[in-house]
Design a protein around this ligand. Structure first.
Ligand code: SF4
Length: 220
């Protein structure tokens, strides 16, 4: 299964939509955290709500034209204090647009943004569950500058922490080498301590890794 997660605030057209459908992508997750231009821009500053909806309509039209059930198109709503009251309406809109709907608790360094609704699934819990960080095996973030981040948590987006650059190397070689390998080793070699390479890895300061170490140490 392949999943692409995007804000979809990108130049897009009919041809690209058809290529996307033909690529065999399983799921297209589109991050939309508002229900109109104004509410959308509270978080996606300077983003265009209309452009995102237009791009989605191109994908839906291409699926129809090519008689394809994939990709499943998912409205991915990050819930914060300022937008949690919009979840119901967003869900309705997703249905009208023939999209699936998923809501996750958003994370931010600024605590004022955070929702205290305990019914909304926290994104960190998803990653913490299990003996390793699933992000390191199941996903990668390719940023606008073509730098590769292991995930979108914490400081991972900072280009100083990039795991590679797909401008210079094929994605496959980034995925199978260097920082990716060292990051995965962090979870495997817990008894031998930390990353021994000279390159600092963002995962070492991540709550997912720290929580994992806490569990290991607690169990020993
Ligand atoms: S920064 Fe944290 S969540 Fe991201 S890949 Fe590393 S350990 Fe996983």
């Amino acid at each position: 299964m392949t999943l692409l997660s995007t804000n979809f605030n990108v130049p897009f057209d009919k041809h690209k939509a058809e290529e996307l459908v033909k690529s065999g992508l399983s799921i297209l997750g589109v991050s939309i955290d508002g229900i109109d231009s104004e509410t959308y821009r509270s978080y996606r500053v300077n983003g265009s709500f209309e452009k995102v909806l237009f791009n989605i309509s191109l994908v839906q039209a291409a699926k129809k034209k090519l008689s394809s059930a994939s990709p499943r198109v998912v409205w991915s709503f990050l819930a914060f204090k300022h937008n949690q009251h919009l979840i119901g309406k967003a869900k309705q809109m997703a249905k009208q647009l023939d999209m699936e709907f998923q809501v996750t608790r958003g994370i931010s360094h600024n605590k004022q943004w955070l929702t205290d609704d305990i019914h909304i699934h926290p994104v960190d819990d998803v990653a913490i569950r299990g003996p390793v960080c699933r992000q390191l095996y199941t996903m990668a973030v390719v940023n606008a500058d073509l730098g590769v981040s292991p995930c979108c948590f914490h400081d991972a987006y900072d280009s100083n922490h990039d795991f590679g650059d797909v401008n210079k190397n094929e994605f496959k070689s980034v995925w199978n080498a260097g920082k990716y390998r060292n990051a995965r080793k962090l979870f495997k070699n817990h008894k031998n301590g930390r990353n021994k390479s000279n390159h600092k890895i963002v995962c070492e300061n991540c709550v997912v890794y720290l929580k994992h170490m806490e569990n290991i140490n607690g169990a020993e």
